[in-house]
Design a protein around this ligand. Structure first.
Ligand code: PLP
Length: 322
């Protein structure tokens, strides 16, 4: 860690150009019945249709595309509860960079298999007792690998922001933006894009009620650390915001809202039944927050980032059956 420069909107715009040849142009979808029920106009940025099934591909690609020839040759290491692992693994495969991924033992089977399927070497750890960052750092040091963290890195943040840049390019200015919040890469990058392209917009991050460290941090004015939260939203099971993501969120984001697992399951059902989409629990956070507070959002043009669709299909069935 040498310099400390926060990314800007220009970095998001540059990332959009840089990653464009590799990514899927994801659709912006709407639902008439939802708009009627909410008395609002909702636009979904569908990153569940992104390559590898989540927006994480954007940040990983933006980071790996800026490696030096030496870094490319030595390889990349990443630690992740799932989607970042797959994002880095796929980006590394496309760019012919060797990848080592540190993943929790209890990560969803589909995510472990997909990561190995992209040709990455997987190293597992116990997420309740071991420090994944330390494991990642040790591997980086021992083998000369470049560590790309899941959210707290300027290139990752700028890459994630391209999802919201793509949304606003299709919708024009919006009144409100909601994105899921884990470590804050998606929210910070999205806020950079949204503040620039739609200056009057109100921006919310939404995190699992069981792990509201982001909400606590914003209120306290400093990064609050919590135990690994027990929630079905495994993409947002983070313990703390980062030293890049927190100041960006503090200066650009209006507030942090929360949603319970029960609400997330209800929205998974909505997306499946009404919009014919498989959305993973974490991807449902934005809509859950809107439905929980209709009065706040009535009459607004609302952008919601659906962050991913990676959920074991048998688990998906089990969650919806209950
Ligand atoms: C990683 C992830 C998030 C949270 O993103 P952060 O940048 O860590 O805040 C949300 N949804 C999905 C599907 C993810 O994979």
């Amino acid at each position: 860690m040498t310099e400390f420069t926060l990314p800007t909107y220009d970095d998001v715009a540059a990332a959009t150009q840089r990653i464009q040849p590799y990514i899927n142009p994801t659709p912006v979808m709407t639902s008439r019945s939802l708009n009627e029920a909410l008395e609002a106009e909702v636009f979904f940025q569908c990153e569940n249709f992104q390559r590898m099934g989540a927006f994480k591909f954007r940040g990983a690609l933006n980071a790996l595309l800026q490696f030096t020839p030496e870094q490319r040759k030595a390889g990349v290491v990443a630690f992740s509860s799932g989607n970042h692992a797959q994002g880095v693994a796929l980006a590394a495969k496309l760019l012919s960079i060797p990848a080592t991924i540190v993943m929790p033992l209890d990560a969803p089977a589909a995510k472990l298999a997909a990561t190995r399927g992209y040709g990455a070497q997987v190293v597992t750890y116990d997420r309740y007792s071991e420090d994944r960052e330390q494991i990642g750092r040790d591997l980086a040091e021992k083998h000369g690998l470049t560590l790309i963290p899941p959210y707290d890195h300027p290139h990752v943040i700028a890459g994630q922001g391209t999802a919201t840049q793509a949304l606003l390019a299709q919708t024009g200015p919006l009144d409100v933006l909601l994105t899921p919040l884990g470590g804050g890469g998606l929210l910070a990058g999205s806020a950079l894009a949204a503040r620039h392209l739609s200056p009057g917009i109100t921006i919310y991050g939404v995190e699992p009620a069981a792990g509201n460290d982001g909400q606590q941090s914003l209120r306290a004015g400093k990064i609050i650390r919590i135990e690994t939260p027990k929630t079905i939203a495994d993409g947002a099971q983070t313990q703390y915001l980062g030293r890049y993501t927190f100041p960006l969120i503090q200066s650009l984001v209006d507030d942090i809202l929360t949603a319970s697992d029960e609400q997330l399951i209800a929205e998974m059902r909505f997306f499946a039944e009404r919009m014919k989409m498989v959305v993973e629990p974490t991807g449902c956070l934005g809509l859950a927050a809107v439905r929980a507070d209709k009065a706040r959002f009535r009459g607004k043009r609302i952008g919601i980032v659906i962050s991913g669709g990676n959920v074991d299909i048998s688990r998906f069935g089990t969650l919806l059956a209950n």
